[in-house]
Design a protein around this ligand. Structure first.
Ligand code: GDP
Ligand code: MG
Length: 293
């Protein structure tokens, strides 16, 4: 069989997590339950009869401004070293930006096969896709350049097929039925975080973490009770997340519950709380506790 590790890199907001979620939720995939699995260095394992592909999602590469970002940056570098193939994800920007250039500089020094994914092609005209392709072909460091839309699931299958062609023969590194309660909790917290981010104004999102406090299946019933806390940095943020008469947290909860029910194939009773932990991003201990270790 074909098997191997793929490091997925790219600056924030190009759509790496969206792509990973597509592969995780819609393909036959599981999530690693290894101890170091964290929100921002997450292994997604794609399985089929002829291959096992382990994707290592990394946080957006940015200049570290605080403890949290420092950690995230370290994860990126580690993931790259562990990989067999690097996937560099960019978005619909027509020109190569400064941050992308910095990442490219780093990639040039690494002697591994590289795939460039131009994501968000749903926002581009054909000639614009060509223009971006040309920009990057001229750099001559990518073995393959593929346009995709992670959001609309277009060409994601082709990306996986391309990886299979490029990988060597290898063993299955992971047991295929290792989906665990821990990874389910993790995905549930990510779904809640995603719904919160989608609904909130820009000043809040980076200060948000989600903790699952309780995750219990009711006996003899297809119903799971989940209690979770949205953690914010400031009182003013707490007010925003709760919203007028609780309207915002209710909206987040409703959207999250629907998706969690699909994911877990079960009815879900979701209760959300909002709590302030001042400056949690700056404090190492809390950063650990919220799962970035
Ligand atoms: P990451 O920071 O690289 O992990 O990026 P995310 O996966 O969080 O995506 C950032 C934003 O881009 C989100 O609002 C996504 O919904 C959006 N996005 C991701 N993929 C696509 C795509 O293919 N098309 C469009 N139009 N938006 C996308
Ligand atoms: Mg992400």
């Amino acid at each position: 069989m074909k098997s191997g590790f793929i490091a997925v890199v790219g600056r924030a907001n190009v759509g790496k997590s969206t792509l990973m979620e597509k592969i995780l939720r819609e393909k036959i995939s599981i999530i690693s339950n290894k101890a170091q699995t964290t929100r921002d260095k997450i292994q997604i394992i794609y399985n089929d009869s002829e291959s096992q592909i382990i994707f290592i999602d990394t946080p957006g590469i940015q200049n570290p401004k605080n403890k949290l970002q420092e950690r995230l940056f370290q994860f990126s570098e580690e993931s790259i070293k562990e990989a067999d193939i690097i996937t560099f994800v960019i978005d619909n920007s027509l020109e190569i930006g400064k941050l992308d250039s910095q990442i490219i500089e780093m990639l040039e020094k690494i002697n591994l096969p590289k795939i460039l994914l131009i994501n968000k092609i749903d926002l581009l005209k054909d000639e614009e896709i060509e223009q971006i392709k040309n920009n990057y072909e001229n750099l001559a460091i990518f073995d393959k350049i593929i346009g995709i839309s992670a959001l609309n699931d277009s060409n994601v299958d082709f990306y996986i097929e391309t990886i299979k062609e490029m990988l060597d023969e290898g063993p299955a590194y992971y047991d295929t039925d290792m989906i665990t309660d821990k990874s389910e909790r993790f995905i549930v917290s990510e779904i809640i975080r995603e719904k919160a981010l989608n609904n909130l104004s820009e000043e809040v999102p980076h200060g948000i973490a989600v903790r699952i406090d309780d995750f219990k299946k009711r006996e003899n019933k297809n119903l799971i009770d989940i209690n979770a806390t949205i953690i914010v940095e400031r009182n003013s943020h707490k007010e925003i997340v709760i919203g007028k008469a609780g309207s915002m947290v209710k909206k987040i909860g409703t959207e999250a519950r629907k998706e969690i029910e699909t994911f877990l194939s079960s009815k879900v009773n979701l209760k959300l709380w909002v709590k302030v932990e001042k400056d949690w991003r700056k404090k190492e201990k809390l950063v650990d506790r919220f799962g970035y270790k």
